[in-house]
Design a protein around this ligand. Sequence first.
Ligand SMILES: CC(C)(COP(=O)(O)OP(=O)(O)OC[C@H]1O[C@@H](n2cnc3c(N)ncnc32)[C@H](O)[C@@H]1OP(=O)(O)O)[C@@H](O)C(=O)NCCC(=O)NCCS
Length: 154
Amino acid sequence: MELRIERITAEYDSTIYSRLSELDKLCVGADGWSEESFRSECAKENGIVIGGFIGDKLTALVSGYTAEGEADITSVAVNPEYRRKGFAYQLIGVFESILPENTESIFLEVRESNFSAIGLYEKLGFEKLSVRKNFYVNPRENAVVMQKRLIDIT
Ligand SMILES: CC(C)(COP(=O)(O)OP(=O)(O)OC[C@H]1O[C@@H](n2cnc3c(N)ncnc32)[C@H](O)[C@@H]1OP(=O)(O)O)[C@@H](O)C(=O)NCCC(=O)NCCS
């Protein structure tokens, strides 16, 4: 089963935005991003959206952006039928590889109870930085803020 990984840019077939939104909502429920949010993220100069495809089927996504020497991952989702195959790991690796050279750290937030995602991020070299109380709603939950340093500035 070969995963094809592509950066989604504004030139991409416009049906991709509803497919990204569908996958995100399938994986994270109502908090998932809308078609419009993905469209604007892909159009931003500092936005990075990456899709993982099996044939024509979108099976995985990671989205984020860069700003002033930092990067943020805003969404990671893998279709439940394709989990535990290293897809999220590979996509985040590609995300990291296309960041500007001066990027010092990648940050993200994750629900405190999301052990599979926390395990994924730790395997990728992220460390827990802090906790944001009641950051999430429906259900209300703390967020763990995680950071991966790319440049050692100490
Ligand atoms: C979290 C998620 C993106 C992981 O995607 P995935 O493609 O299955 O992850 P990978 O196969 O790349 O896993 C890489 C590592 O992450 C960890 N991991 C992933 N899923 C795990 C699970 N269910 N339990 C424990 N560890 C897990 C493991 O360390 C794994 O390495 P291993 O398989 O060698 O043990 C996926 O489960 C998902 O879409 N969840 C719902 C959406 C979500 O929670 N997104 C993150 C929001 S912050």
